[in-house]
Design a protein around this ligand. Structure first.
Ligand code: 9Z3
Length: 333
């Protein structure tokens, strides 16, 4: 379902055919809340371009922003959706990276799968409501001492970043919602020029059922095995890179389960989609190490295993910020 190598390798053309992109968007179901999303994006852009020197085009400076995509997209099989195709992504990479980018002063648009991991919440137990709280008497609920610090941090830091206007959280579920919102974000962030990063950690479906050919009602099992033809999702990486946000710093992720092909595939993505950086990771070791691939270098970034609770996203974001600074400097030169 994801990253189908055979199809990828066979299709070496650099540009995604315009017709495929147009027909994907034209046939997609209307994005609910589009007006609301646009409004919150406008507020976010205003907040992050007015206080410290306006946008890139106005005086060459802007707050740095990063759009982080996180979790996995679903592919609905029915319009009144009972069944869908999903993937494994938990959203941990995106949520943890959000925290580190905020820490070093970036503002973040967090485009996340509904129900996936949230920034500042990674240390909470699986079911926070049931595991962190106790009913003391009929009228009061208390946080268990064991989880008090974690709950406090999750609530205060999350809310503070949102209230300050430096964290905008936008949820998606389907591949249709994900790509439509990503387009809105990229166009909204255009004025940040090279000061914007796209950090595309979401696992995005490669195949989908076009809306117009999708069954309206729940598919019935009485007629026997299900034969279904999935269309290929147009490769939006090149559209994002070349048309939606041509000046931004673009980072995509390459996930494989076979180590032998990982770096070659990452190199291929770097060239094919003109990414500034591709972060290669393997399914089983993705929380321990990643390999950052650029035109100039391949750097292995590891979690500090001597420190309890250390995450690979900490040194990863540090490296990304360093390379982004160089990119901005070169852009200005
Ligand atoms: C990744 O490779 C992410 O690092 C993970 C993070 C999804 C593995 P978790 O959310 O996992 O922390 O559980 N994301 C990109 C996967 C992907 O679909 N990449 C496409 C590809 O490999 C390019 S967009 O071709």
């Amino acid at each position: 379902m994801f990253d189908m190598d055979a199809v990828d390798d066979a299709n070496q053309s650099q540009e995604t055919p315009k017709n495929d992109v147009m027909s994907f968007f034209e046939s997609a179901p209307l994005l609910k809340d589009a007006a609301e999303i646009e409004k919150s994006l406008t507020e976010f852009v205003d907040r992050n371009t007015s206080s410290s020197g306006k946008c890139y085009f106005m005086n060459g400076k802007a707050n740095r922003v990063v759009c982080i995509t996180s979790g996995g997209t679903t592919v609905p099989l029915e319009k009144q959706c009972v069944r869908y195709i999903d993937n494994f992504a938990s959203g941990h990479r995106g949520a943890a990276s959000t925290e580190y980018f905020l820490k070093v002063g970036y503002s973040v648009v967090f485009l996340y799968r509904r129900g996936s991991c949230q920034p500042f919440c990674s240390n909470l137990p699986e079911d926070p409501l049931l595991e962190c709280f106790s009913v003391a008497d009929d009228s009061s609920i208390e946080v268990d001492a064991l989880h008090a610090e974690t709950v406090k941090r999750a609530i205060t830091e999350n809310r503070a970043a949102v209230a300050e206007g430096i964290l905008l959280k936008l949820p998606f579920t389907t591949i249709f919602e994900y790509l439509q919102i990503l387009q809105l974000i990229s166009v909204s962030l255009r004025d940040f020029g090279p000061s914007a990063i796209f950090f595309l950690a979401a696992a995005v479906s490669d195949f989908y059922v076009p809306w117009e050919s999708m069954a309206l009602h729940k598919i019935q099992s009485a007629s026997g095995p299900l034969d279904m033809r999935l269309a290929q999702v147009p490769k939006m990486l090149s559209v994002l890179r070349n048309e939606w946000a041509p000046m931004a710093f673009h980072i995509s992720f390459k996930l494989e389960t076979d180590t032998d092909i990982l770096l070659a595939k990452a190199d291929m993505a770097l060239k094919k989609y003109k990414m500034h950086m591709v972060i290669a990771n393997e399914l089983l070791t993705r929380k321990e190490q990643v390999i950052v691939v650029t035109e100039q270098e391949k750097v292995t970034v590891c979690r500090d295993s001597t420190r309890a609770g250390a995450e690979v996203e900490c040194p990863l974001v540090e490296l990304v910020v360093d390379r982004h600074s160089a990119y901005i400097k070169n852009f200005d030169a």
